[in-house]
Design a binder for this molecule. Sequence first.
Ligand SMILES: Nc1ncnc2c1ncn2[C@@H]1O[C@H](COP(=O)(O)OP(=O)(O)OP(=O)(O)O)[C@@H](O)[C@H]1O
Ligand SMILES: [Mg+2]
Length: 557
Amino acid sequence: MSTETTLAIGGERTSGDDIRSQNVMAALSISNIVKTSLGPIGLDKMLVDEVGDVTISNDGATILKMLDIEHPAAKILVNLADLQDQEVGDGTTSVVIVAAELLKVANELVKQKIHPTTVISGFRLAQREACKYIAEHLAIKMDTLGEDTLANCVKTTLSSKIIGSDSDFFARMVVDAMKAVKRVNSKGQTKYPVSAVNILKAHGGSQKESLLIDGYALNQTAASQMMVKKVVKAKIACLDINLMKSKMQFGVQVLIDDPDELERIRKRESDITKERIQKILDAGANVIFTTKGIDDLSLKYFIDAGAMAVRRCKKEDLKRIARMTGATFTMTLANMEGEESFDPSALGEAEMVIQERVADDELIIIKGCKAHTSSSILLRGANDFMLDEMERSVHDALCSLKRVLESNKVVPGGGAVEAALSIYLERVATSLGSREQLAVAEFSRALLAIPKTLAVNAAKDASDLVAKLRAYHNKSQTDTARANLRWVGLDLVEGTIRDNVAAGVLEPALSKVKSIKFATEAAITILRIDDMIKMQQENKNQKSAYQQALESGSLDG
Ligand SMILES: Nc1ncnc2c1ncn2[C@@H]1O[C@H](COP(=O)(O)OP(=O)(O)OP(=O)(O)O)[C@@H](O)[C@H]1O
Ligand SMILES: [Mg+2]
């Protein structure tokens, strides 16, 4: 049935069982890479790229992105982790593990002569049922739980990360930062944009010296010592314009014989910038940010006007500041008439812009932005690797908090959802009278990969713990008087099981639902493949058939 043939057009074709097994193998090897980093007792990975840069991470998506993966099926899993990262932000390791496990069980079913199409439709059915069950039976409204719920969700996310040991401290910080950026959009929905929380990094100090800053902080100082350090009722201009002395275009030749003329050209060159600055100041700006440079000579105009100017800002910072203060990010002063002007409406507003000494650094902080509020977190850490990983962890925490705040639903973590689903889906499978029965049953078995991996990583007896977990969930689903047992999940420190809602191990419900959906879709994408045709890379040195024939003389005469 399976074949591997060489194509006439120069390529290789693999089909049938061979290609399916190959793809499953590739997916499993990807999942094996990240498997040991799952859970609060999971470990980190160190990755070294081709130029020797080192990254240390626990985040599934980051690890997989750094690997140079060639296998097409494995790439699908890398994309899957990336998708989960973008859509949810957390749960990237889990999604890859579930997808690989689904592929493994599916391949076994196909080997038992069950057609892939049946497996696929079974998986689809199981996924729908699972998501429905989470929404109806496992998700808990946040308001019904205590005040600590938000902090607990953050702690669950942070538990596996480098800052897990100080998760209480960081949880409070992340919750405060996120609450500060709450906004209501035009449709009346409450939103918590992650991008409104700026994360800064500074070497030195311990991680517990990290702090939350009210307002948008920039790791920059005013361009001159003599500038004002504090501007109240700030009118902010965000520019992408060079305020250096303008120079004549390269290659332009001007012939003059009068030295005064030369002086006039020089003066005009510096006047152009002066006029530009004057236009901006005349519009009422008293804080000027630009992504490009400002001449030392031009600084004088700002100092005289009592304005604060900051040069060489990062573009993305300025775009965010523009959004928050209501400014327009200006790329050029040219208007429709071909002249230069600066409209006061392009200015943003904030209550105060201040240069302050925070920790060991001078920072510029914009407080009370007009359009949207913002907050900043200054992370302190011993070295770059640590700071980068701290930033990723805080970002994960912010994302998962956003999901909880916006959807208002949480589920217990520590394998509780997976165990409950596996019991439920087994019952669904038994009630099915069609061919999909086996696929649904196998789907339920694949979900157990999460509690199993969590237990193995914590150096506990996985079979024992998972069996106990399933027994409790079975009880909760068959005996209505014991329904509360559905919150039971793993306690990885003690190696037992406990009520994870009471213990405060909570995750956003949306994260679980999405990760089951994405994992199923990715597994199905790979399962549908029954043929791979790989074109041979064209050998540049090899001459074409026509050229060979021409040279051998067979085309002559
Ligand atoms: N205190 C805890 N006790 C038991 N299980 C926990 C605890 N904290 C987290 N977990 C579980 O650990 C898993 C999350 O682990 P981890 O954060 O390493 O991976 P991820 O969220 O899938 O991926 P990533 O964070 O790399 O994007 C979840 O299944 C969660 O329920
Ligand atoms: Mg996580």
